[in-house]
Ligand binder design. Structure first.
Ligand code: AMP
Length: 396
């Protein structure tokens, strides 16, 4: 496999699959440029060596062909600000104009293509469409981890047209380095912290992790399925009745494999799903009938902290409570702080998967952990299966 860092891009046109699927406000200003910033090192390395870059991405979910609000032209000024050079824009990602503009690119220049998803062939993984994209460049670089779980034309299929000139960019390389640390030969003790809404979406991950971790901490909405499974009273808390057997199964498997499962001791409960609700802290196993658990309590935070802070490898996915409401964010904050303490003591800590990243950013603790993954669904799938279509396409 080609190593991006040691590849020499002089005189090469590289087509880079980036993830510029950024949020825009009503006037089409970029409101969070994290994903654009994340792509800059890869682009700069190519340009600095005398290569040129053709950037392709999707933006939003256009239904049927081009839609003004999903045009990638809205991100040009942000991209220009971060790269410090003018950006050329092709108003169609394939076709005569794109080909002409790409063929005239000079070393050091950047060409941004219009939204790939203006063609339904993109998400269908159409080979003809991928082939047309491939004619624009000499080299294919995939740097969009967030879409690597999709076998789309630009994320996976296109790779076959660059059998000797395909590689990951810095972003995906870093993601894989981080993920390998938690999936292969992690330093022990190894603790996984899982939260979020539902057990059902995380079962395969939990099963996969049981072979690897020493401790499994469970919080968030899914804790109540486990608590109920063990005979606890959970009031009106979120529960998946049809997953109760599975929860018992996970507990049994963990015991068999010598994995310690930690469930919350106490919970912050509320009389309604609102930040204005009345709240109490009670034993997590005895929530009154009309109340619902919306966060883990302070005893649980302290209990989890010991385990987290003594760990050498920590993987965290999913908030401990409804962190979007300040009254129920303490548990998530507590776990994030413990991760920060462990990281300072030399642990490798990885946070990933949609809401946990939003949570750690909101709490301002993103710089306190070793790695924050850019992949939501992609990260979860990688944790489940250990590979992804877009990753395999480069490795093959
Ligand atoms: P997920 O996407 O599965 O990681 O779930 C994240 C969502 O779970 C967040 O929006 C949280 O508000 C929600 N969540 C966490 N804890 C609870 C809870 N106790 N009850 C209801 N929702 C929760």
């Amino acid at each position: 496999m080609i190593n991006f860092d040691s590849y020499n891009f002089v005189g090469k046109r590289a087509i880079i699959r980036v993830d510029f699927n950024v949020p825009l406000d009503k006037s089409f200003n970029v409101t969070d440029d994290t994903r654009i910033r994340a792509a800059i090192p890869t682009i700069k390395k190519i340009l600095s060596e005398g290569g040129s870059a053709i950037l392709m991405s999707h933006l939003g979910r256009p239904k049927d062909g081009p839609e003004e609000k999903f045009s990638l032209k809205h991100i040009i000024s942000t991209l220009k600000k971060h790269l410090g050079i003018d950006i050329l824009f092709a108003p169609d990602c394939i076709g005569r104009d794109a080909f002409y503009m790409a063929s005239r690119l000079k070393p050091g220049q950047v060409l941004l293509l219009e939204n790939l998803r203006f063609y339904k062939e993109e998400t269908k993984g159409d080979e003809g469409f991928a082939q047309k994209l491939s004619t624009l460049a000499d080299v294919y670089v995939n740097d969009a981890f967030g879409t690597a779980h999709r076998a789309h034309a630009s994320t996976t299929i296109i790779a076959k047209f660059f059998p000797k000139n395909k590689m990951f960019g810095f972003l995906i390389e870093n993601e894989l380095k981080g993920l390998n640390k938690v999936l292969h030969n992690p330093q022990k003790p190894y603790t996984a912290i899982l939260g979020g809404a539902k057990v059902s979406t995380k079962i395969t991950i939990i099963e996969n992790l049981l072979d690897k971790v020493d401790n499994l901490i469970i919080g968030g909405g899914m804790m109540f399925t486990f608590i109920k499974a063990q005979g606890g009273k959970i009031g009106k808390s979120m529960v998946e009745e049809d997953k109760i057997d599975m929860a018992l199964d996970i507990i049994a498997k963990a015991k068999q494999q010598g994995v310690n499962i930690y469930l919350p001791i106490d919970a912050v409960i509320a009389d309604e799903f609102s930040n204005d609700a009345n709240t109490k802290i009670v034993d997590a196993n005895s929530i009154p009938a009309e109340w619902l658990g919306l966060d883990i309590g302070p005893k649980s935070v302290a209990h989890f902290a010991k385990t987290i802070e003594d760990s050498k490898t920590i993987l965290w996915n999913g908030p401990m409570g409804v962190f979007e409401m300040p009254k129920f964010a303490e548990g998530t904050m507590g776990v994030a702080k413990s991760m920060s303490v462990a990281t300072k003591k030399g642990a490798f800590s990885l946070v990933g998967g949609g809401d946990s990243v939003a949570a750690i950013n909101k709490l301002g603790l993103a710089n306190e952990v070793s790695y924050v993954s850019t992949g939501g669904g992609a990260l979860l799938e990688y944790l489940e299966h250990g590979n992804l279509p877009g990753i395999n396409a480069i490795r093959e």
